[in-house]
Design a protein around this ligand. Sequence first.
Ligand code: PAF
Length: 289
Amino acid sequence: MTDTLPIARSVRELRTYVARWRNQNLTVGFAPTMGALHDGHLDLIRALKGRCDRTIASIFVNPKQFAAHEDLDRYPRDEAGDAAKLASAGCDLLYAPPREVMYPDGHSTSVSVAGVSEPLEGEARPHFFGGVATVVTKLLLQCLPDVAAFGEKDYQQLLVVKRMVRDLDMPVEIMGVPTTREADGLAMSSRNAYLSPEERIVAARLNVILREAVEQLESGANIMTTLVKIERQIFKAGFSEIDYVAIRGEDDFLPIASPIVRRPARLLVAVRAGETRLIDNMAVGAMRP
Ligand code: PAF
């Protein structure tokens, strides 16, 4: 295994690698990222390696998915460190296009996905899914992989991408990869680096609160009562703000109308520890009989 891996910076270079592999009848897996890689990103590569002959990761901090007041400028960047991590996970190619490759002067097309992108994250960050859908469309068309991997940590994003790929007949399979967690249960995220030591302790409570709630919901607890209880526990744990605590259908992302969970669902939260926004979610199985 090598410590360095090739880096493509242009669409032409990327396509040259992919074409060479295709000529050898090899399948290609792709993991789009914004860098500042952690074990969760490497799990995307590992999952792809179980499915495809060659794997590509992209790193592009996409300005279109940040609002003016958000953390675009201070988003952590470490390309050399990221490349070494990808190489050690067995990734075959890093695609790291500069901004002018992704958004040349005059770029004026954007992609929007109605419905699934509108609630929760869509309300809290109205610019976000338009930016994600546009950049993911470009990355998928530039690379044309067989399979592309997205973390379940950004569960709504995963559903938005699946819907977009289906609606636009993009010839790629979207694979969801389970959330990778720290030893204390905190979902891995590049933004965890912003947490102070005190906030980091608070952040770990989220996992405990969600796990307990899932157990109660699967035992038939009332949805509304449980959501209110979670909110109370989140503030008690020391979080500074809640954007949402919600339950939605696992595939259609519609609100659950019944008082208890009767079909596979997701419990989703967005909160702040200090200034840092954290999101997490967990699967809720239908109530056990
Ligand atoms: O999940 C992310 O890191 C980003 O939203 C993605 C999918 C790489 C698009 O910029």
